[in-house]
Write a protein that binds this ligand. Structure first.
Ligand code: GLU
Length: 339
């Protein structure tokens, strides 16, 4: 008696691969240039042509949407990318999406998609820390893994994912934490899973609302308000804080020291900002932990908000989206507690 499970061959998944530039599309003068190279020079078709093994797992169509380093992503580009992916996901002949992206802001873009796409189909954002021209480039394997995940049934309904260094991260948690090492991506509670020998394996699920459970839809958002980040440090300069507050922002994320501490010298400016209609969100520059409401500062009294555990640059993404809805502090605070 045999215990082998005989499975019917499944047709190959149909994946759209969207190129936007980054190191994964970079090229260096020599193979030892792992960190200094021209970014965003290879077209997505050329990147895919160098990965013939990908054709064995998916039927892949390519689109070159942008060609720049991800530090150049503005709100308009986030909206354009999101709307393009949304329209592709509505097609019956598209089973999943892979976006190649610079790693610098990959966590911001992925989080934006995670909160605004209305689909259970897999969307995977992938980059590389070394260009394909470098020794031991992580680009080809990261891209192969991203296609594997996007083509997989088990990746459905998990929101937008970031794949790097054999790991599958939820866009909600992942942060770039290193300037040059391949092991640059961390989620504070660990990745959702791994890709082992070409197979995605999940060990846990995102607990917070996303995609189909999110209150925001990319199809209904045509612009997002400006939200700034103030990075706290010793010797805070009130004039600089005021310059930010006078710049037209609708909210500021205050990347505070420690557990959301605000220097006495700038409290008045931030209280005044709220009176002028600008929301103040206390976060932390530490990169980990929860900022506790009404602990270091009286948030109820000042009508300020806290980021919960979200890092400042991703709190900015969430706040921009939250501000497209009802401009009420309780609702905005709930966004940080629910997403
Ligand atoms: N300028 C690059 C970017 O697009 C560098 C980082 C990378 O892609 O790894 O973010």
């Amino acid at each position: 008696m045999t215990r082998d499970i005989v499975m019917a061959a499944r047709p190959k998944a149909r994946i759209v691969l969207i190129g936007t530039g980054g190191t994964i599309a970079g090229h260096g003068a020599s193979s030892i240039n792992t960190s200094a190279y021209d970014c965003s020079v290879l077209r997505i078709d050329d990147i895919l042509a160098d990965l013939p093994v990908a054709a064995s797992i998916a039927d892949i169509r390519t689109e070159q949407l942008f060609q720049f380093g991800s530090e150049n992503f503005g709100n308009a580009q986030l909206l354009q990318l999101g709307k393009r992916i949304s329209s592709l996901l509505k097609r019956d002949n598209v089973d999943g999406i892979v976006v190649t992206h610079g790693t610098d802001t990959i966590d911001e873009t992925a989080y934006f998609l995670h909160l605004t796409l209305k689909s259970t189909k897999p969307v995977v954002v992938v980059g590389a820390m070394r260009p394909p021209s470098a020794l031991s480039s992580d680009g080809p394997l990261n891209l192969y893994h991203a296609i594997v995940v996007a083509a997989s049934q088990v990746a459905h309904s998990k929101g937008t994912l970031v794949v790097a260094n054999d790991e599958i991260h939820t866009a909600r948690d992942v942060v770039k934490t290193n300037t040059f090492k391949q092991d640059a991506f961390r989620s504070p509670y660990g990745p959702l899973g791994f890709i082992v020998e070409g197979k995605p394996i999940f060990y846990r699920l995102p607990a917070r609302r996303h995609t189909t459970e999110s209150e925001w839809s990319i199809d209904e958002i045509d612009e997002v308000p400006e939200v700034g980040i103030i990075y706290a440090h010793g010797g805070m300069n009130d004039a600089m804080v005021r310059a930010m507050l006078d710049s037209g922002v609708k909210a500021v994320i205050y990347a505070a020291t420690g557990n959301g501490n605000v220097a006495t010298s700038i409290v008045d400016s931030l209280v005044d900002a709220r009176l002028r209609g600008i929301h103040v969100v206390r976060g932390s520059r530490t990169g980990g932990g929860v900022v506790i409401r009404n602990a270091a500062q009286p948030d109820d009294r000042y009508d300020w908000l806290v980021t919960d555990d979200q890092v400042p640059h991703k709190a900015r993404i969430l706040m921009m989206l939250a501000l497209t809805g009802e401009n009420c502090a309780r609702k905005l605070q709930n966004a940080f507690l629910n997403y």
